[in-house]
Design a binder for this molecule. Structure first.
Ligand code: PHE
Length: 452
C-alpha cells in the first residue's frame, strides 16, 4: 500500500520552512566574514547576481524534481531515470554527514545563548574561553546530543504539525531579532564606515577568487545539492506557484544575510578600528570576536543574548531540514515509519557527531588528509560532494531527461513560467561550468594546494 504523502498546509508554511532551512549559520556567520574579506559591496553585488541566476535555476530544478515525483532524494532521480538514481543518493548522504556536525555547532550556540542569558557574558569574551570550552570532553558532546534531540522532537511530529508549525513561529521571531540587532549595531558611533564598506561596490575589490567564494556561498546558503529542496518540494501542493516560492525563499535568505552583515560588519569595524581582518575566519568570528564586541557595547549582554537566541533559531530550522531530508530518504527507500526512522537516524547521528564534537580536544590529533574529523566532514560535503551533486543535477535535468517534464512542473496549473528561457539557458550551458570551477578550486583549496 502506498502511504499518502504529507504536505505543507499552505504556501507560506512551505516558504517559511524552506527559508528556515536556507537561513542558517551560513548567512549569519559565513556571509559577513566572506563579504568583509572579498571587498564588501563588490562581493555583495556578485553574490546577489549569483542568487538570482544560478541559485534560482538550481533551486527551481530541485523543487520541481521533488514535486513532480513526490519522492525524497534517494528515489526521485530514479523515478525519472533509473541509472541516475545515485545522484539523489549523493544528496541524501551529504545531508546525513552534515547533520551531526551542524548539531555540534548548534550545541555551542546553546552554550553561548545560555551564557548571555544568565550572566554578563564577560567570561565568553576572553581569548581562551572558546578554545577551552570546545576542547572539553563532555560538555560539547552533551550539547550536541541535546541539539539532535531537539531537532528530532520537531521532525517526529511531522511535516505540518512539526516542521511547518515551528518554522512559522521561529522565522518571524528571527527576522524581528535580526532587525533590532542590526539597527542597534549600525547606530553605534563610528559604525558608518563599516556600513559604507559593506554596501558600496568598488571595482578595485573585484577578484576571481571573490566570485568563486560568492558562488560557493550561494550554494551553501540556499541549502542546494543536499536533497533538502527535493524533499521539501515533494511536500508542496501542486496548486502553488513554484517560481514565486523560489523568489520568496531567495529574498528571505538574502535579506537575512544582509542583516547579518549590518549586525556584524559595522560593530566589528568599530571594535577593531576599521580593520576587516578582525572579522576573523571560521568559528573565530562568532564565538571569539563577537563576544568581545558585545562586551564592549552598552547593553552588550542583552544584544548578545538576543543574537545567540536568533542564531539558535536559524540553526534549528536548518538542522530540521537536514534531518527531514534523511528521514524522507530512508522512509521512501526502506518503507520505515517516520517514528522508527527518526529514532534510528537520531541514534546514528549522535554517534557520528561525537568525533566531531571531540575534534577540538581529545581527538584533535586524529586527522584525515590532514584535517580533523569535523573539518573533514565539512570539506568532503561542501567542497566535494555538493558540487558533484549539483553538477550532475544540471546535466540530468538539462540533458538526460526531457527538460519539458521539469518545465511543465514549474509552469504548474497556471501554466506560467516567466523566467523559463533564462532558466533553460543557465541550466544547460552555464551552471555546469560554473559548478565545475567551484569543485576544482574548492578541492585544491581544501587540500592546501592553493589558498584564497
Ligand atoms: N543553508 C544553511 C545556512 O545558510 C546551511 C545549511 C547547510 C542548512 C546544510 C542545511 C544544510 O547556514
Amino acid at each position: 500500500m502506498k502511504k499518502e504523502r504529507s504536505q505543507f498546509s499552505s504556501k507560506i508554511g512551505f516558504v517559511m520552512a524552506a527559508a528556515g532551512s536556507a537561513v542558517g549559520l551560513g548567512n549569519i556567520w559565513r556571509f559577513p566574514y566572506l563579504a568583509a574579506k572579498y571587498g564588501g559591496g563588490m562581493f555583495l553585488l556578485i553574490y546577489i547576481i549569483f542568487v538570482l541566476t544560478l541559485g534560482f535555476t538550481i533551486m527551481t530544478a530541485e523543487l520541481a524534481i521533488g514535486r513532480h515525483t513526490t519522492l525524497g532524494p534517494t528515489k526521485a532521480y530514479g523515478a525519472l531515470n533509473k541509472k541516475w538514481n545515485f545522484v539523489g543518493v549523493i544528496g541524501a548522504i551529504v545531508a546525513f554527514i552534515i547533520f551531526p556536525y551542524y548539531c555540534v555547532i548548534g550545541g555551542w550556540i546553546v552554550k553561548y545563548a545560555w551564557i548571555f542569558v544568565t550572566s554578563a557574558g564577560q567570561a565568553a569574551s576572553s581569548d581562551s574561553f572558546f578554545t577551552n570550552f570546545a576542547a572539553q570532553p563532555i560538555q560539547p558532546v552533551l550539547l550536541q546530543i541535546l541539539f539532535v534531540v531537539l531537532t528530532a522532537v520537531i521532525v517526529i511530529a511531522g511535516v505540518q504539525k512539526g516542521i511547518e508549525k515551528v518554522s512559522k513561529i521561529m522565522m518571524p521571531i528571527l527576522i524581528i531579532l535580526s532587525i533590532i540587532i542590526s539597527v542597534y549595531s549600525c547606530i553605534q558611533p563610528g559604525a558608518l564606515e563599516g556600513v559604507k564598506y559593506f554596501l558600496l561596490p568598488e571595482w578595485k575589490n573585484f577578484s576571481f577568487q571573490g566570485c568563486l567564494a560568492a558562488m560557493g556561498q550561494m550554494f551553501y546558503s540556499l541549502s542546494l545539492a543536499m536533497g533538502i529542496m527535493i524533499t521539501y518540494g515533494s511536500y508542496l501542493n501542486k496548486k502553488e506557484s513554484l517560481e514565486a516560492s523560489v523568489t520568496q525563499i531567495e529574498f528571505f535568505d538574502t535579506a537575512i544575510a544582509l542583516l547579518a552583515g549590518f549586525m556584524i560588519i559595522p560593530s566589528v569595524f568599530v571594535f577593531s578600528k576599521g580593520d576587516p581582518a578582525a572579522l576573523g575566519k571560521g568559528v573565530g568570528l562568532m564565538f571569539v570576536n563577537l563576544p568581545k564586541v558585545f562586551d564592549s557595547m552598552q547593553f552588550g549582554q542583552l544584544v548578545g543574548a538576543l543574537f545567540f537566541i536568533m542564531v539558535f533559531f536559524a540553526a534549528l530550522t536548518s538542522t530540521i531540514s537536514l534531518m527531514e531530508a534523511v528521514i524522507a530518504s530512508v522512509c521512501d527507500s526502506f518503507n520505515w515509519s517516520r517514528k522508527k526512522a527518526v529514532l534510528i537516524i537520531s541514534g546514528v547521528s549522535i554517534l557520528l557527531g561525537i568525533p566531531s564534537a571531540l575534534s577540538f580536544g581529545v581527538l584533535s590529533d586524529f586527522t584525515i588528509f590532514g584535517m580533523d574529523f569535523f573539518t573533514f566532514c565539512d570539506f568532503i560535503t561542501n567542497s566535494v560532494m555538493m558540487p558533484i551533486g549539483a553538477f550532475l543535477t544540471c546535466i540530468f535535468v538539462g540533458h538526460i531527461i526531457d527538460t519539458n517534464i521539469i518545465l511543465d512542473e514549474v509552469r504548474g496549473q497556471n501554466k506560467t513560467f516567466r523566467r523559463e528561457k533564462i532558466f533553460v539557458f543557465l541550466l544547460k550551458y552555464i551552471a555546469p561550468f560554473c559548478i565545475l570551477a567551484i569543485l576544482i578550486s574548492s578541492i585544491l583549496e581544501g587540500l592546501g594546494i592553493i589558498t584564497f
